[in-house]
Design a binder for this molecule. Structure first.
Ligand code: SF4
Ligand code: SF4
Length: 310
């Protein structure tokens, strides 16, 4: 094991666990928290932001909340503060984009990015696209995504038509059912997201090199750090003065890795190159060169997908 001195990417997931949307597949749908719970979340976030700003190392912060964070004022203020801090290279969040956007004008937008997910049962496509156009008008960097359920396909196709061609639209494969997609359906989704195949399979990760734990960590509201969201054992606490000694450069201990925010850190996949400059917000370097990306995705898929029937 080779220790690192500082993680460049920090995923933050505080105690917040509520959302204004009601997606039927989500445990946080329409969940509300008490004032006391929200106060705990706010205090934890403010402590984290102070740490991130003060440490002085080049850092990319990615909010991956349980629920929706940017409807909360303290997350918006955290975004503003982090975007203006000298050592913060990028501040990014996963979001449903359901909030007013004026606060973005106070950010240094050269460091801001958003990972926006469209939830067809929760918001009309017109309303969602209007919010995307609001980001375009402000010059905010963002990607848009959908869960590639069969019943979402037509909406995704329309969304692709309505979004600016400069906006990358990704599709997350639905993998709870083996053989969910026919080959023809995979190709149809690739017409929307040329890298759909990258997300279509699970990656064997046990014993494989992964930068999660050294270059990237996840942090909860107490400051407890884990190498990623998918391995529960803590590696240390960021508020410990000796935290850097906890960073590990070690093989993965899980059998598989199947989520973009995890496998993107696996060395052998080379996805730091594919998503260079847009790793957190999931924007490929080559976008909008669709054909090149399509070839890249198909080459990587080979015949190994666990979830395709032909
Ligand atoms: S928008 Fe996201 S967090 Fe909110 S209910 Fe839907 S899936 Fe869950
Ligand atoms: S391969 Fe996935 S599960 Fe394993 S350490 Fe990396 S991010 Fe975590």
């Amino acid at each position: 094991m080779k220790p690192r001195t500082a993680p460049r990417t920090v995923l933050y997931r505080g105690p917040l666990s509520s959302c204004n949307y009601g997606c039927e597949y989500c445990p946080f749908a329409k969940r509300k928290e008490s004032k006391a719970e929200l106060a705990v979340d706010r205090a934890a976030l403010e402590r984290f932001v102070a740490w991130a700003v003060d440490r002085g190392d080049p850092t990319q912060v990615f909010f991956t909340p349980w629920g929706e964070a940017l409807i909360r004022r303290w997350y918006r203020e955290a975004f503003v503060a982090l975007s203006r801090a000298a050592s913060i290279e990028r501040v990014c969040a996963q979001t449903n984009l359901s909030w007013p956007q004026a606060w973005l004008d106070r950010c240094d937008l050269s460091r801001v990015a958003l990972w926006c997910t469209f939830h067809p049962g929760e918001v009309s496509i017109e309303r969602f696209v209007a919010r995307c156009k609001g980001l375009d008008a402000r010059g905010v960097r963002y990607s848009v995504g959908v869960v590639a359920l069969r019943e979402h396909y037509e909406a995704a196709l329309r969304l692709r038509d309505l979004l600016s061609p400069s906006v990358y639209l990704w599709a997350n494969a639905y993998r709870r059912e083996q053989g969910y997609y026919t080959q023809r359906q995979v190709e149809a989704w690739e017409g929307i997201d040329p890298l759909f195949s990258l997300n279509l399979r699970e990656y064997s990760s046990l014993g494989r090199a992964c930068r999660a734990g050294s270059d990237a960590i996840t942090v909860d509201g107490d400051g407890t750090a884990r190498r990623c969201h998918f391995i529960d054992s803590p590696i240390g606490n960021i508020y410990d003065p000796d935290f850097a000694r906890a960073l590990i450069d070690a093989p993965c201990t899980r059998a598989t890795c199947r989520c973009h925010i995890g496998y993107v850190h696996m060395d052998e996949l080379g996805l730091y190159d594919v998503f260079e400059g847009g790793l957190l917000e999931r924007i490929p370097r080559a976008w909008p060169e669709r054909e090149a990306l399509l070839l890249e995705g198909r080459r990587r898929r080979g015949g190994r997908s666990l979830h395709v029937i032909s």
